[in-house]
Design a protein around this ligand. Sequence first.
Ligand code: FEO
Length: 394
Amino acid sequence: MVSREVISGIHWVGALDFDRRIFDELIPLPEGTSYNAYLVRGSQKTALIDTVDPAKEYDLISNLVKLGIERIDYIVINHAEQDHSGTLPMIMEFYPDAQVVTNAKCRDLLVALLHVPQERFKVIADGETLSLGDRTLQFFITPWTHWPETQITYLVEDKILFPCDLFGFHAATSELFITDEAWAYRSAKRYYAEIMMPFRGSIKGYVEKVRGLSPAMIAPSHGPINKNPKLILDAYADWVSDTVKNEVVIPYVSMHGSTAKMVDYLTGALITRGIVVRPFNLTRTDIGDLAFALVDAATVVIATPTVLFGPHPSVVSATYLANALRPKTRFASVIGSYGWGGKSVETITKMLDHVKVELIPPVMVLGEPDEATMQALDRLADEILKKHKEINIV
Ligand code: FEO
């Protein structure tokens, strides 16, 4: 592929992965992704910020060779996950004098994951600076902007932030900079939901810290560069806040139609009451779309048929994921059907131990839903509306 100049003396030297369709064997990538690495040349020293996924190592090396880079003094590693660090051993071989610059926790992970020799590290502390001559890198240790060892790097004079995973999104695009802000907002929200939402509490503080730096540009490690940092900082401030919206998410599976009828009826009942509803049939749902919907929703209603003695396995999987993502959802309930008993409600509610939700009484029906079932769903819709009014979102 090709390198691109960000500003004079700074080049994007990463890799575009148009074909990749899944990350961590879990997260769908409908638009592929990129692994961004940046070369920063100062008057005295040259630094490479992050590397690329090992599957794309040729791209990084060829970008550096084509730029005629004969010496790299520092390889800054902001995050040990292999999509950014995986090509580090190869780059270290190509540039044997380069020091690996990172924090102590990231060093330990790089030693464990990639067997990087201890003597190659230059360990930095929070707030420390590193001079490249006429340019200065400053490092801020920001645990849990995905993993516990993550840090962000700031290029002081040019006011460019390199936050690695934070503030980026998965997309492979030939455009170096964001040009379609509406698309970028939606893509970044999906990425936040899938990757950053579990760390909402930590990220709150980082958003304000970054705002204080007043960056002119945010150059993440996935997706195009952002020349309007206010867009993403305002968006993150909203997503990580405790504010929820008048929305209900209904992840569901139906085997013989009973649960689907209940979901359909409840969807209509909620719409009638002025509530935004997002049902997701889990047999065909992109889980990134489900995660996206969970960012703002005040309520989740999990709908399941009964398989043997409990919820459908696809519902178990979605519930596990929703719990792990720790959305700020305030209320939850369960609806569904059964043929001879079962413990679906107990199983599902026990799985929601990471989200602080108030449980609204469930509606479980024996066999085919009838008029009494629909009345019970109307009462559930009334209760959801009442709860939303109590927290002033209606
Ligand atoms: Fe893009 Fe946490 O790696």
